[in-house]
Ligand binder design. Structure first.
Ligand code: BGC
Length: 456
């Protein structure tokens, strides 16, 4: 039975007056100016030079030029009706060598962005780490190094001291499962490392930084609201055969439980997936259960698609493989990601039912499609339908008592979509990367109308 009514009436006012409507972006994907005003190199700047790693050989060097156009872009975000702006700080812009000397011009840039947000009525939500590790630290082992917590704590301290007088909403990490698995296990993202000997310590160091970072902000920023984000996907077994069900369970542990459970004080979910006991060998992890806990004010859920999982004896360790949406006769986005608002609803409920989660913010959700700019217009009706379906899911969960405080659309403008380069367009605003000209897509106008009606 369908739990959400796809064609149903949807109004922003149904979410309540205090619901936060935001738009999200990240430094490496948007700022550009990669070697300007003292910024150091990030792992993505370096990774993108390796042949075949990024589609089209694209580089993140220019992004969508947010470094120079932030005033106009923030104005656009406000004009579309958003009142929250989530962005990340680039670690190598603040500390070009990762540690050591602070780059004053980096601090000055974010001061300008924060002040502009406040001037326009955009509440800043600042992410400390959205995947752009300083290359200098990667040379020392990056996320696999036990020194990571020391490096991260210093970086967080500098940010808290510089911006904490005006920034009250902090997000410690963006999707730790994303950057540890793609970057340190599968080699598809920067820094391109592979294998368990990299993945396991990277997991543990990220879990530690997640909590340590929270404590830094708690100590230094009065009245801070502190959260961290998790990528999450409902994992659906391909069939009810025991092998498929068990394979889906293992995948669920990796995708949905590995980072949130330590934060909630439960340690790693190793009892359900014995393989995770190897974390002990790599990281002496068990004795840190207390330190891995942090009492977050909110958690950020980021969902794009569910996945269907089948048992596969040839895949090492996890023995599971994904059955792609394209082969299953279901609707999917330009990335081949299944569109399924119902699954999003179930996932929100699942995280809520953990217990111990005080508040949920949907800190990212959106879709890429093959957008075309024709006669000054981008008719992205599929994206509008996607947002409507996913927002119905949020509303339904909220009406059933889940404490969901906000929804941040991903993303303001088309930008550098990691290994997909600039071809995958997620923005509410279309960017012509040759001229940097912006055009609001129909989905952007849809948000404007949707949010505008709320204030009437
Ligand atoms: C990341 C974003 C990314 C988006 C779409 C999320 O995993 O946080 O940086 O652009 O997904 O792929």
């Amino acid at each position: 039975m369908s739990v959400i009514h796809k064609g149903g009436k949807l109004a922003a006012s149904q979410f309540g007056d205090d619901f936060l409507w935001g738009v999200a972006m990240a430094a490496q994907q948007n700022e550009g100016a990669y070697n300007i005003d003292g910024r150091g190199l990030s792992i993505w700047d370096v990774f993108s030079r390796r042949q075949g790693k990024i589609k089209g050989g694209h580089k993140p060097y220019e992004g969508c030029d947010f470094y120079y156009r932030y005033k106009d872009d923030l104005l656009l975000a406000r004009a579309l009706g958003f009142t929250v702006f989530r962005f990340s700080i680039s670690w190598p812009r603040i500390l070009p060598d990762g540690t050591g000397k602070v780059n004053k011009e980096g601090i000055a840039f974010y001061n300008k962005v924060i002040d502009e947000c406040l001037k326009l009525g955009l509440e800043p939500y600042v992410t400390l780490y959205h995947w752009d590790l300083p290359h200098a630290l990667e040379k020392e082992g990056g996320w696999t190094s036990y020194r990571m917590t020391r490096w991260f704590t210093r970086y967080a301290t500098i940010c808290a001291e510089a911006f904490g007088d005006r920034v009250k909403n902090w997000i410690i990490l963006n999707e730790p499962m994303g950057f540890t698995s793609l970057g340190y296990m599968l080699g598809k993202h920067a820094p391109g490392k592979t294998g368990m000997s990299n993945f396991l310590p990277a997991i543990h160091n990220a879990v530690m930084c997640q909590a340590d970072g929270g404590r830094v902000i708690r100590d230094l920023v009065p009245h801070a609201r502190i959260g961290t984000t998790f990528s999450c996907s409902e994992v659906i077994p391909y069939s009810d055969r025991t092998e498929d069900v068990m394979a889906a369970k293992r995948m669920d542990i990796l995708l949905n439980r590995l980072f949130v459970e330590p934060a909630l004080g439960r340690g790693y979910p190793k009892d359900d997936f014995k393989f995770l006991e190897k974390l002990e060998i790599h990281a002496k992890a068990w004795k840190y259960t207390e330190r891995m806990r942090f009492n977050f004010d909110f958690i950020g859920l980021q969902n794009y698609f569910p996945i269907v999982i089948k048992y596969s004896p040839i895949i090492p360790v996890i023995q599971a493989m994904e059955v792609k949406a394209k082969t299953r006769k279901v609707p999917y986005t330009g990335m081949g990601w299944e569109i399924n608002g119902e699954s999003f609803y179930r996932l929100i409920k699942k995280f809520w039912l953990y217990g111990g989660v005080k508040e949920i913010i949907i800190s990212e959700n959106g879709a890429a499609f093959k957008d075309e700019l024709v006669n000054g217009e981008v008719k992205d009706e599929a994206r509008i339908a996607y947002f409507q379906e996913y927002l119905q899911a949020v509303l339904k969960a909220k009406q059933e008592g889940v404490n969901i405080k906000g929804y941040f659309a991903w993303t303001l403008m088309d930008n550098f979509e990691w290994a997909e380069g600039y071809k995958a367009r997620f923005g509410l605003i279309y960017v012509d990367f040759a001229t940097q000209l912006r055009t609001i897509k129909n989905s952007g106008y849809w948000f404007r109308d949707f949010l505008h009606k709320k204030s009437k």
